[in-house]
Structures are given as C-alpha cells and as structure tokens.
Design a protein around this ligand. Structure first.
Ligand code: AMP
Length: 305
C-alpha cells in the first residue's frame, strides 16, 4: 500500500560540532520520502522555488518516489538554517525562510487522493488541514509539527489534531503544545482532543507510543557517532508509516514493530548530512539494524531460587 506525504522540500544549512553543510537538500517531506521509500511506495506533495537543484531529487525518484505532486513555483525555496551544539538532541533554529511555501496551496493529484496512509509532515498546519479536505478516507492519517508552528499557529494545530489518528512530536514540542510537563499527561491531553495514538520522541533517549492506556517504548540505537541529527524525526516517521503501509496491519503488535522500524530509519538519517545515508542503505542494512534493536532490548526473566 502507498503512503502520501505532504511536507517541506527544503534547502538546509546545518552546523554541527563535526562540520557544516550549506544549502543541502532537506525538508520534512524529503527526509520522510527517503526513509519510507525503503519500505513502501511513496507519493510526495510539496513545492520548491526556481532556485532548487531538482536534479538532486532524482535519487528519490530512482527509489520510486512519485513526484507528480511536487510543484515548482516562481521564487525562493523554503530554507532552514540550524545549529546543534554538543547536546545533539535539540536543534537551534537560526533562520526559517518560508519562500514559496508562504503562498503554497497543496493540490493533491487525483491519483494520490485514495492513498491508504497519509502523513502530514511538518508544515503550516493550515496546509495540513487543507490536504485532509482533499483525501478520501485513508486507513491512517498521521501528522507531525514543531515549535515554530506551535508558537505561531497553535489554534490551527488544535483543530488539525481533531482529524488525525496519530501525531508525532518530540518531548519539548509535546510539553509546549499541551502545557503539561509530564509526558504521560501530555499524551493523554492530546488523545482527549482527537488522535487515538501519540508518538513522543526523545532523541537519543528513544520514543514512546501511547495508545489508549497502553504505552510502548523503543530505545534509540546507540550509535557511536551521531553526525547530524537533522531529519531524524521525519525519517523515524518514514520508517513507522512505511512499515505500516508495507504490512497494511494496524494491530497493536504491528504498531510496536513499526516504532522499531521508525527508530532504525531515524538512526541511519543521523549518520551523515542531508539524506546521504538514507540513499546508501540497503534492505540488508535495515534488517541488520532491526535485529540489533531486538538484541538491545531482549532479556530473559529469571526469578532467584
Ligand atoms: P527533523 O526531522 O525534526 O530534524 O526535521 C528537520 C527538517 O525540518 C529540516 O530538513 C528542515 O528543512 C525542516 N524544517 C525546519 N523548520 C521547518 C518548518 N517551520 N516547517 C517545515 N519544515 C521545517
């Protein structure tokens, strides 16, 4: 089954303790597609300006990402500039230039409207709502957001979450959106307002899946070197949604497996700048990493005699 993603297709300039990248391809839609396309067919909707190095997206096309919904408009592409200091868990946004995104009105191509899985990646929540008006009863709709939108468009996010099955947020964003310091309470606050499920990501400390009263936790893969955390969240979402779309199974056991696939894909994204590592990996790399996750959390219960 296919996954439709609507998100930013950006040029990122990133500074980490290990190096700098200037105007490399990024964006929530781009990272999501690079990740999910390892598991399921992906349909991408977004906009770029006339300054975008479109040829660099060819690698995504070769991975089977359908770009029929990617518009090119007159003007500057979305640009994000961020910095990570030694705490690689939180990005400091230095600049966000919406460019062509400020006049964007997503048009979902007719052939994408019946996608069974829909991911509203991090963009203006008004655009996320607009997309929901154009799709036909998907099996699962999930969304993401970030501090930038929580600060400027909180009422739209509260409206959006009434209409989604699942939201992914990092811990800081969950606290900011709900005003609850405790993450279990924050998840509860969100589930009372629409979504049946909430995923709260805690960077190198793993991710929680909340569904009703049940809570599942997966650690983050303990990488020896995290090079650039940009895109980890979107790649997590790509692994999670891609796995669900591949299996078409929304049982509790499968949702848990999907969280592990999300964690595995997020761990690849941070090994290099931009989508570089996501474009190199093979199905065998993914299988090995998922097996390592199993090893990481496996133990045998033994009661002392
Ligand atoms: P993450 O997965 O959370 O690290 O997201 C990183 C990506 O989000 C970067 O590639 C940015 O281009 C993109 N991004 C940053 N700010 C925004 C924003 N306000 N709206 C949409 N996308 C953004």
């Amino acid at each position: 089954m296919s996954v439709l993603v609507v998100g930013s297709v950006a040029l990122d300039s990133v500074e980490t303790p290990f190096g700098k990248a200037d105007a490399v391809i990024g964006g929530s839609g781009t990272f999501f597609s690079a990740s999910a396309s390892h598991l399921a067919p992906v349909q991408l909707v977004g906009v770029v300006g006339d300054d975008y190095p479109l040829a660099q997206l060819d690698a995504l096309k070769q991975r089977g990402v359908d770009m029929a919904g990617l518009e090119q408009a007159k003007g500057e592409s979305f640009r994000w500039r961020g910095r990570y200091r030694h705490d690689l868990n939180s990005a400091e946004t230095l600049e966000t230039r919406l460019g062509v995104f400020s006049h964007f009105s997503p048009k979902i191509p007719a052939q994408f409207r019946s996608a069974p899985f829909v991911f509203l990646a991090n963009i203006d929540p008004r655009l996320q709502l607009d997309v929901l008006r154009q799709v036909q009863r998907p099996k699962l709709v999930a969304c993401d957001t970030m501090n930038f939108w929580i600060e400027s468009r909180r009422p739209d996010i509260v409206e959006l979450i009434k209409h989604v099955d699942l939201i992914t947020l990092n811990d800081g964003e969950a606290r900011q959106l709900t005003d609850c310091a405790n993450l279990v309470k924050a998840a509860r606050w969100i589930m009372e307002r629409g979504p049946k499920m909430v995923i709260i990501k805690k960077g190198e400390h793993g991710a929680f899946l909340f569904k009703g009263r049940s809570i599942f936790f997966a650690p983050a893969y303990p990488l020896e070197e995290v090079f650039d955390p940009t895109g980890a969240g979107d790649s997590f979402a790509g692994g999670f949604m891609g796995y669900l779309a591949r299996t078409g199974d929304l049982s509790d056991a499968n949702l848990r497996r999907a969280v592990v696939y999300g964690s595995a894909m997020g761990s690849f994204a941070v090994e290099k700048f931009s989508v570089q590592r996501l474009l190199e990996i093979t199905p065998a790399d993914i299988a090995t990493r998922v097996a390592e996750f199993r090893q990481l959390v496996a133990f045998e219960e033994e009661l002392p005699a």
